[in-house]
Design a protein around this ligand. Structure first.
Ligand code: SF4
Ligand code: SF4
Length: 381
């Protein structure tokens, strides 16, 4: 296993591959029924392979991931072999006392007296503003001083401007967790967000390196682009190598579902170093990305010049979800994030009133109101 560092954290080396606990094996298709024997086996394999970072969250697996992981770490005696990461469910916080109550509950669920990496979960610009108003900064410093948490960070889903604002909104951040892969270089934090974090010496944890598994099952044309390269590699390996190539990245989380998958990904982690991809290899990845992009529904670059919309429509996000649905032939109604966090929060394509304020600001000349209506229809069905 290769190990990497967090710029702000001395004397700590983290495995290049971390074990994510959001897609654990379950029994009978019930997301809440985590297969304990399989989880034990995964933890043992991960430890044997040198993985030292395990990541969960209050809400994963309908709230069962933390208790299952805590019990498994106790059964296997492996708690001290891992840096344990979990996330505060910021959306459940309504008063400053809720922060401490939730953290104490998480410590009990995880059967531990300290959480090594503690994140505010799924921050957007708006969610960060609310968290800050409710005393998030003071809570994090208080909990760290009490020894309940060690390192402070946040996970992120919003646009680049919001990312920068959150990074600069708290001087004690030590790391961030972002969605990043060869198709998300201009989406959410993207390439520029990685560089911004690195300049400020924040460790970067990458989630969704395979876009929820989709990049492991590419279209026929994208697969052919990969198989033209003389060294045979599976599409998932190309996607993981792309992320590890970035020197800003401290660790990459993969939601692995079996011990065999851990072994496969560890073999790739062993072979993939920062700045190790050749020009030819990067060209292969660019070609696969180009093939995906050719299926995009709208030529939005995510620049956000059209923002803010007076009605709160998240224009670049709506288009990014629409493009994603087009690239992966997703069924209408299958994008839960769009349904709940965007349209459900009144920021979807259907919230556009057609005022036209955004139109002159778009360098791509996109007919934004019409395309938003199309996007919403395609995403909702
Ligand atoms: S046209 Fe629609 S998306 Fe554009 S600014 Fe007006 S309400 Fe917002
Ligand atoms: S200005 Fe145009 S290209 Fe930029 S994010 Fe808005 S819609 Fe997309």
């Amino acid at each position: 296993m290769r190990y990497r560092r967090f710029p702000h954290i001395d004397d700590l080396e983290v495995s290049a591959l971390g074990l994510g606990c959001m897609r654990l094996p379950v029994i009978g298709g019930d997301e809440a029924a985590i297969d304990e024997a399989a989880l034990d086996s995964m933890l043992r394999t991960a430890a044997e392979q040198g993985i030292n970072y395990v990541d969960t969250a209050y809400g994963y697996h309908k709230g069962r991931s933390e208790p299952a992981l805590g019990a498994a770490l106790e059964r296997t005696g492996l708690r001290d072999r891992f840096f344990l990461a979990t996330k505060s469910p910021v959306w459940l916080v309504e008063s400053s006392a809720d922060w401490d109550r939730l953290l104490d509950e998480q410590l009990a669920r995880l059967r531990t007296d300290r959480i090594d990496f503690y994140l505010l979960h799924a921050l957007s610009g708006e969610r960060w503003d609310k968290a800050a108003r409710l005393g998030a900064r003071e809570f994090l410093e208080r909990a760290r001083a009490a020894g309940k948490i060690r390192h402070l960070g946040f996970s992120f889903h919003d646009n680049l401007a919001a990312f920068k604002r959150i990074v600069e909104g708290f001087g004690e951040w030590e790391f961030c967790q972002v969605q990043y892969n060869y198709l998300d270089r201009r989406h959410q934090a993207g390439d520029e967000g990685l560089a911004f974090a690195a300049e400020r010496e924040l460790g970067v944890i990458v989630m969704e390196p395979l876009r929820g598994g989709a990049l492991a099952r590419p279209s026929r044309q994208a697969r052919e682009a990969f198989f033209k390269y003389p060294t045979p590699r599976m599409p998932a390996e190309w996607a993981l190598r792309f992320v590890w190539d970035r020197q800003e990245v401290s660790t990459v989380l993969s939601g692995m579902g079996s011990a065999d998958q851990i072994l496969e990904n560890c073999a790739v982690a062993e072979a993939a170093g920062a700045n190790s991809l050749t020009r030819d290899e990067l060209a292969v990845i660019d070609e696969a990305a180009r093939i995906y992009r050719a299926k995009e529904a709208v030529g939005c670059t995510g620049c956000a010049y059209c923002m803010p919309c007076p009605k709160g429509v998240q224009i670049p996000d709506v288009f990014a979800h629409w493009n994603s649905a087009a690239m992966f032939d997703a069924a209408p109604g299958s994008d839960g994030w769009y349904l709940q966090a965007i349209a459900g929060a009144g920021k979807g394509g259907n919230a556009c009133v057609g005022c036209g304020a955004c139109l002159p600001k778009c360098p791509q000349g996109i007919a934004i109101p019409e395309r938003l209506a199309e996007a919403h229809k395609r995403l909702v069905g």
